[in-house]
Design a binder for this molecule. Structure first.
Ligand SMILES: Nc1ncnc2c1ncn2[C@@H]1O[C@H](COP(=O)(O)OP(=O)(O)OP(=O)(O)O)[C@@H](O)[C@H]1O
Ligand SMILES: [Mg+2]
Length: 346
């Protein structure tokens, strides 16, 4: 099967007064038709910058320094602004965390959803558009669509507003949906309903979904495959069951131990990962996680580990799994202790 979306060696930086913030540092992955892939990682790991790069929604100080983004084999980076606008919404759509900032507070939600349809289908009449909007409101399970059609965003609850955003994203039946923390701002029961909705819509419409979240518990419920990001890189990628049964990267293991959503039966034993994410300015000397890693060896702070495939669907970027590391025969006294003073990105 051919991938619908391919991200190849993507590097995205921001030019700032302090220097170059290298937010995405060589990310590679494929998204296949009909699958839901999760992207997890702590705040600042580059999840949003990576996904904004796909649709060219980056801030003005951003530069895509290297790599490519292919949609059905065609480079989106070679598309003109006009061509990208045609793709956006119609082929690839996005849902963000905060519906209030993306909705126009002064326009009825029926009209806002209708605008998305009208932009991509100028031949449709007003009535035809309204029929489609009502259909979409039903699809995202908003009760009493006729009545809701004319209401303003502030007449909707947070969860209902997120359903409106999903309706806008689905208005043109995109093949790919990028959902960037779509449930983070919602309370747990509403979050659950939105996740169920996304899953059933995915089945109904046969979309591919890139699901971005910092919560591994949400990934476990929603996705078939997971990408774990840290410091703008992919640290581990695996099928969902493999990742939960056999996490390899110390960062993945750390995330699992630190999350309430997947440790409900052992609440007292949550272990936050000590330390904080790396400074994204400049180059890293070694593995970006080394300063926080319990298992780090001397080499980890010095050289970036290569990516290793444990099997065709499970890859890890960690010295502990490489043949080289075994050959170096790291002795126990070389295991570095976790002291906060040791930075690896000087
Ligand atoms: N416009 C910008 N100018 C400079 N740096 C930026 C800009 N936008 C993002 N960054 C930096 O890029 C890095 C990656 O940010 P990104 O928003 O992708 O993280 P994230 O993984 O989505 O985090 P979160 O979970 O908080 O949403 C961060 O260090 C951030 O500070
Ligand atoms: Mg983000």
């Amino acid at each position: 099967m051919e991938p619908i979306l391919q991200v190849k060696n993507l590097r995205t930086s921001f030019m700032t007064a302090n220097g170059e913030v290298q937010a995405v540092r060589g990310v590679d992955f494929d998204l296949y038709p009909g699958e839901i892939v999760g992207v997890v990682g702590e705040s600042g790991s580059g999840k949003s910058v990576m996904s904004m790069s796909i649709l060219n929604l980056l801030a003005d100080n951003a530069v895509i320094k290297d790599g490519d983004i292919l949609y059905w084999g065609n480079s989106l980076l070679n598309f003109s602004k006009k061509e990208i606008r045609k793709i956006r919404g119609k082929e690839i759509a996005m849902v963000f965390q905060d519906p209030m900032s993306s909705l126009n507070p002064l326009m009825s939600i029926g009209k806002q959803i209708g605008e998305m349809i009208a932009v991509h289908n100028p031949e449709l009449s007003k009535l035809e558009i309204k029929v489609q909007v009502l259909d979409l409101l039903k699809k995202v399970r908003i009760p009493e669509p006729e009545k809701r059609f004319n209401q303003l965003p502030n007449e909707f609850s947070g969860g209902m507003r997120q359903r409106v955003m999903i309706a806008i994203a689905l208005a043109c039946a995109p093949s790919v949906l990028i959902a960037d923390e779509p449930t983070t701002a919602l309370d747990v029961t509403i979050q659950d309903q939105i996740l169920k909705l996304l899953r059933s819509l995915q089945e109904e419409m046969q979309m591919s979904i890139l699901f971005i979240t910092h919560d591994l518990g949400v990934v476990a419920e929603t996705c078939t495959r997971v990408i774990v990001m840290y410091g703008g890189m992919i640290m581990e990628e695996a099928a969902i069951d493999d990742l939960f049964e056999q996490p390899i990267h110390p960062y993945t293991k750390g995330l699992m131990k630190s999350m309430p959503s997947i440790n409900q039966d052992r609440k007292g034993e949550l272990e936050p990962i000590p330390g904080s994410p790396p400074d994204m300015l400049g180059d890293f000397a070694g593995c970006p996680f080394a300063p926080r890693c319990k298992e780090a060896r001397r080499i980890c702070g010095k050289l970036l580990p290569p990516e290793v495939y444990l099997d065709p669907t499970h890859r890890v970027r960690c010295w502990l799994v490489t043949e080289q590391a075994k050959q170096i025969k790291i002795s126990q006294d070389e295991v570095l202790t976790n002291n906060a003073g040791r930075g690896n990105n000087a």
